[in-house]
Design a protein around this ligand. Sequence first.
Ligand code: NAP
Length: 445
Amino acid sequence: MTLRVAIVGSGPAGIYTAEALTKQSEGPVEVDVLERLPTPYGLVRYGVAPDHTSIKSIAGYLQRVLETPGVRFLGGLELGSDVSAGDLLSCYDAVVYCTGAMVDRRLGVPGEDLPGSVAATDFVNWYCGHPDVPPETFSLDAEEIVVIGVGNVAVDVVRIMAKTADELRGTDVPEEVLERLAASRVKRIHMVGRRGAEHAKFTLKELRELGDLLNADVLTFPDEVEVGDLTALSRQVRGNVDVLRSWSSRPPADRPRRLEVRFWLRPVEILGVSHVEGVRLERTRLEDGRVTGTGEFETIPADMVMRSVGYQSVALPGVPFDSASMTVPNVAGKVSDRQFVAGWLKRGPTGVIGTNKSDAAETVRTLLAEAVPGTATARLDDLLNARGVCAVTYKDWLSIEAAEAELAAGLKRGERVKLVGRDAMLTACGRVARRASEAPEAPSS
Ligand code: NAP
């Protein structure tokens, strides 16, 4: 008998889970990968920076998994409004939740919600053309910007803001976003870490790219990147510190933009009355390994503050959630009877894309030890038909891809230019966008 599994979320964690299920040898399996967007690949499409083309090429690997016999992509289905967790348990022998971490973590300081204080996660979604963050969401009217956090997302947003629009023309950035980047007035960017250079979360390869920017001078302050004895540090951290130190003595080359990478400063307030005017920061030191304020303050003027302090998962309707760790409680991927979890929703937003492969493999091992083929009593297709819900198929997705390639050719840009908005995507695959008045009735459980 065939084991039928639903995977909710088609990012790397979801598709690596599908791959692990199809590669096991315990018995036949059918996998449906459900996705709320009309498009697959999650953060590979809407999180990886457009100029990181080699990381984006992971989509080719994920595509081969979706094309494996026994795997189906069902896009445009939202858990909660189109199908419930209870529906999935009646239609599948096992359900694996892989919805990642979709929202930003909060700073918890006064002024955080002032106009001009924005989440890096939204800005990333914007330049990646996410249908929930339309092009008009951002315009770069600000001349001076503070980015809080020194992880790889902060490096991504800083690099995209520091580059010229021309440097991004060959990428898949939506045309409307490219126009807004071309009109950018950004002159000065401050990227601020609350601990030292040796504690920064960004990786060496990503950091080095900042030093190669053609349009921006990059600098650090000597006393902030002085680390002392480096021998006890990992190679990666030593590399970061070496690069950051070298920038403290690099003479500026009068490039149009300037990036200052700052350390030992924590935000205590985002300043402004009706709009962001600056950030008040407190100098810090470590006491017993903990960040402590020194009582010495500095204000950096800014027209925009970008909070880049990590992603977090959101609770899914009908699925247990631990609001302290912001993950789904699990033991080796098992949540409860026939419900499983993988990826950032399971372990928090850490690691590179490949980390999700071993994470998914663990969940699939747990699932195979417990799930019983033939437990499911209903069929999702019947349920969707009865509700008048029509999922976006893999073939539809290929039509969206073809339209994006055609758009790029018409604009004389790279291989692909992203379509903006769900309606454009549904039109590209010959569907009429569903209007709110035609929405199906909400499921009961
Ligand atoms: P991250 O790596 O966890 O970095 C978060 C940063 O925010 C850290 O510098 C952290 O400082 C700081 N922070 C947290 N709370 C703060 C607060 N209250 N005040 C001030 N600073 C605060 O998160 P991320 O940059 O969002 O990246 C998420 C994951 O995606 C990471 O695994 C990352 O490597 C991955 N990613 C990879 C790439 C790539 O490979 N190219 C690109 C983008 C993202 P502390 O260390 O002091 O907490």
